[in-house]
Design a protein around this ligand. Structure first.
Ligand code: UTP
Length: 293
């Protein structure tokens, strides 16, 4: 029996430089896809996997993220007074139970590995999921639930993986793959941002992980890796061979919302699965692709 997965860490301390000036005074994770901020997608996805304890690793200028999960008392009172029942129900439906979300500060963004290390007290001795809110996944079964299913069967570490064009391996954490069983791939090695000619495969990790707390001592070493940052991938690589470690070719489509084109594509894809928006979006898309020079 594996220890149940109840915790998630949401690293949100990055600077979001690719989205300036939008992210000058607003965290990247508050950018909406259709009508929901990225952070809310991540929390909803984790809750759908049975996770009920959250830790956001924040930095300066990120208070909107904390406020987002609080009760907007004046707003709710005004909505109630005006009889806006639907809007009120929406807010209440998404409210977090008291005490279920905590935050820690990463004072200096020294890398994703360092951000996870900052959540070490929250993690304690428990397995935990990591969701990078700027990676969005559109799927039948929420991506974290897919990982949790594998974790419950195999234990150890499980990461979501997808194939990337070989010339893009220098943007991702890349797997050295072992045995492949259906959608599960044994992880034999991990390299952060290898040059295409050095990449051991074209399977990259996307921003969804289930990890064991044993990763923390490796992160504590604070070894700088690619980009001079403390890389999560490097610490994970040190766990290979010591415990089960699988990559999951998850079902679904991933959108890199930290990138402008990926973010725009997500807007289209997520609006096309919304019955209230899909007809209008299809209509205007047709107009733009056929009528524009
Ligand atoms: P990114 O590589 O997308 O960096 O981080 P970024 O700063 O958010 O965005 P750009 O590249 O400047 O536009 C991936 C994830 O890791 C978190 C980010 O918040 C994001 O969720 N992160 C990254 C941290 O929390 N701390 C860090 O030191 C680095």
């Amino acid at each position: 029996m594996v220890k149940p997965l109840r915790k998630a860490v949401l690293p949100v301390a990055g600077l979001g430089t690719r989205f300036l000036p939008a992210t000058k005074a607003m965290p990247k994770e508050m950018l909406p896809v259709v009508d929901k901020p990225l952070i809310q997608y991540a929390v909803d996805e984790a809750r759908a996997a049975g996770i009920d304890q959250f830790c956001m690793v924040t930095g300066r200028g990120k208070t909107a993220l904390i406020d987002h999960f609080d009760i907007a008392f004046e707003l709710e009172a005004t909505l109630a007074e005006r009889g806006k029942r639907e809007a009120l129900a929406l807010l209440r439906e998404e409210a977090m139970p008291p005490g279920s979300i905590t935050t820690v500060r990463q004072q200096v963004p020294l890398g994703l590995g360092h951000a996870i290390w900052c959540a070490r007290s929250f993690i304690g001795d428990d397995p935990f999921a990591i969701l990078l809110p700027d990676d969005l996944v559109l799927s039948q079964m929420p991506c974290t639930a897919q990982l949790a299913k594998v974790y419950n069967e195999t234990g150890g570490n499980v990461v979501a993986i997808s194939e990337v064009p070989r010339e893009q391996t220098n943007r991702y954490g890349i797997l050295k793959t072992g045995k492949v069983e259906g959608d599960r791939v044994e992880v034999l090695g991990l390299v952060e941002k290898p040059k295409p000619e050095d990449a051991p495969s074209n399977f990259s990790i996307i921003g969804r992980y289930v990890l064991l707390p044993e990763v923390i001592p490796f992160l504590s070493r604070m070894e700088a890796g690619a980009g001079n940052e403390v890389q999560l991938t490097d610490a994970m690589a040190k766990m290979i061979g010591k415990m089960p470690f699988h990559g999951l070719k998850f079902e679904g489509q991933r959108f890199d919302c930290g990138d402008k084109a990926g973010f725009l594509e997500a807007q289209i894809a997520f609006s096309l699965v919304r019955p209230d928006l899909s007809p209008a979006v299809r209509e205007f898309l047709k107009k733009y692709v056929t009528e524009q020079p």
